[in-house]
Each structure stands twice: as structure tokens, then as C-alpha cells.
Ligand binder design. Structure first.
Ligand SMILES: C[S@@+](CC[C@H](N)C(=O)[O-])C[C@H]1O[C@@H](n2cnc3c(N)ncnc32)[C@H](O)[C@@H]1O
Length: 226
């Protein structure tokens, strides 16, 4: 995926990348942080923790990208005081220079978290990084299609580029793979609201809910492994 990226500011002031060749952005233009928090932290992680209080949580993310969702999950783990083991898959990692241009460090300044966003971004790939007593991060440079897990997950953040840019990743076989990767009652969550994806999830065995979407998006999807 050798496309040129242009960094753009989104409606909530946070930055993201636009890929001209794919006509796609890494996050919503209506707010990169707002969307990530709404879809993945609130509708995904908070939903799961309400149903599984006091449990450790194993999260799998498709698409580490900028690391924004990983960092928001780290902050959530600190606030909620739950232990999160976070595994993120990325086929085409963003360079440290491209990450720096996003200036997420400034955006998160007020949170005063250790590590800060820049140090978090510099954590090594292909190893378990103990970020804090509540959070471990494992980044893997691999395609989701090729990933094999040694244990199951409680939540999947399915954050591939949209179906117009990457139709192959929204095919029913990958919804089935997600179902197989999740533990019972596991949660699949995405900004996507496409009918064919909803049907693929249902066919795989998920109980699927169409939820109100983040700003600029009418709906999004969440599936629970029945
Ligand atoms: C919408 S962006 C993810 C944004 C990210 N969650 C964040 O917080 O910045 C989609 C990401 O999926 C990655 N990707 C594309 N195809 C992939 C594949 N087959 N397996 C794993 N990652 C892939 C892209 O390189 C890109 O970083």
C-alpha cells in the first residue's frame, strides 16, 4: 500500500491522514479522537466492561495505523482500572516522521499520562510491552488475513479502511474469522454500517446491533458472539 498521505485536521481539532489514492482517511473528518472514542471505547470497551465487570480484557485491533485507538484504550484502562492486553495488527506501519506530524502528543498533553503519546508510539513491534500495571501492548506487523492467534480475544476493533477502499477485508470469511477469534460473549465493533457486513456477521453467528453512529455517521455496527 504505497500511497501518498496528506495530514488533515478534523472537526474536533485532532489530525489524521488522508490517502488520495484510496479516497480514504484513517479516521472520520468529523473528529478523529471523537470517532475513535465513540465507536471503539464507548460502544466497544465500555459496553464489554459493563457486562464483564472485574475481568481482564483482551483486545485485538485490525489496523494500528496512528496508534490513536491503542492510546485511547490505554487511557481508558487507567481510568477504569481494568487490565487490558492489547494486540494490534498492522500490515503497513506509519513511519515515525509521519506520526510526529500528527502532533497527538499536544492533543493529549492535559492527560499527563506516562508514557506520553510519543513514547507510546516508540514501543517495539513484535514483543509484549508492559506499558503500565493496567496495560500491555503487542504490535504485530502482519496482515489480518495471515494472523493466527494462540488464545482468544474479548473485543475486536475492526478498523480496516472502508469497503470502497478495501472491499476484500469486509467479506463474510473475515467476519467468520473474527467470530472464531473471540471468546464467548466477545464483542466485534466497527464504524462500518454496511448491510453486507451486517449480514456476514449474522451468518457467522453474531447477534448484531445497528447503533447510532458518531458525528457525521447515521449508524455503526456491533456484534456479540452468541
Ligand atoms: C482506518 S486505518 C486504522 C486507524 C487506526 N485504528 C488508528 O487508530 O489510527 C486502517 C489501517 O489498517 C491497515 N491495514 C490495511 N490492510 C490491512 C490488513 N490486511 N491487515 C492489517 N492491517 C491492515 C492500514 O495500513 C491502516 O493503518
Amino acid at each position: 500500500m504505497q500511497h501518498t498521505k496528506k495530514h488533515i485536521q478534523t472537526a474536533d481539532g485532532s489530525w489524521t491522514y488522508h490517502i488520495e489514492g484510496l479516497k480514504e482517511t484513517y479516521h472520520s473528518r468529523h473528529g478523529a479522537v471523537t470517532e475513535s472514542q465513540f465507536v471503539y471505547i464507548e460502544a466497544g470497551l465500555s459496553f464489554w466492561t459493563q457486562n464483564n465487570p472485574f475481568s481482564n480484557c483482551r483486545i485485538l485491533e485490525l489496523g494500528y495505523g496512528t496508534g490513536l485507538m491503542a492510546y485511547l484504550s490505554f487511557i481508558a484502562a487507567e481510568i477504569k482500572k481494568i487490565e487490558i492486553n492489547y494486540t494490534s495488527l498492522e500490515a503497513y506501519p506509519i513511519s515515525p516522521e509521519e506520526l510526529r506530524l500528527l502532533e497527538y502528543q499536544k492533543y493529549f498533553d492535559s492527560k499527563k499520562k506516562v508514557p506520553n503519546f510519543n513514547d507510546f508510539s516508540a514501543l517495539a513491534w513484535e514483543q509484549v510491552n508492559k506499558v503500565s500495571p493496567f496495560f500491555t501492548l503487542t504490535k504485530k506487523k502482519i496482515r489480518f488475513e495471515d494472523f493466527k492467534a494462540s488464545s482468544s480475544f474479548d473485543i475486536i476493533y475492526y478498523d480496516a479502511f472502508g469497503a470502497h477502499a478495501q472491499p476484500e477485508l469486509w467479506e463474510p470469511q473475515w467476519m467468520q474469522k473474527c467470530y472464531d477469534l473471540l471468546a464467548p460473549n466477545g464483542v466485534w465493533v466497527s464504524y462500518c454500517a454496511k448491510g453486507s457486513v451486517r449480514r456476514g456477521l449474522a451468518t457467522a453467528g453474531f447477534k448484531v446491533a445497528r447503533l447510532a453512529g458518531p458525528p457525521g455517521k447515521r449508524e455503526m455496527l456491533r456484534g456479540v458472539k452468541a
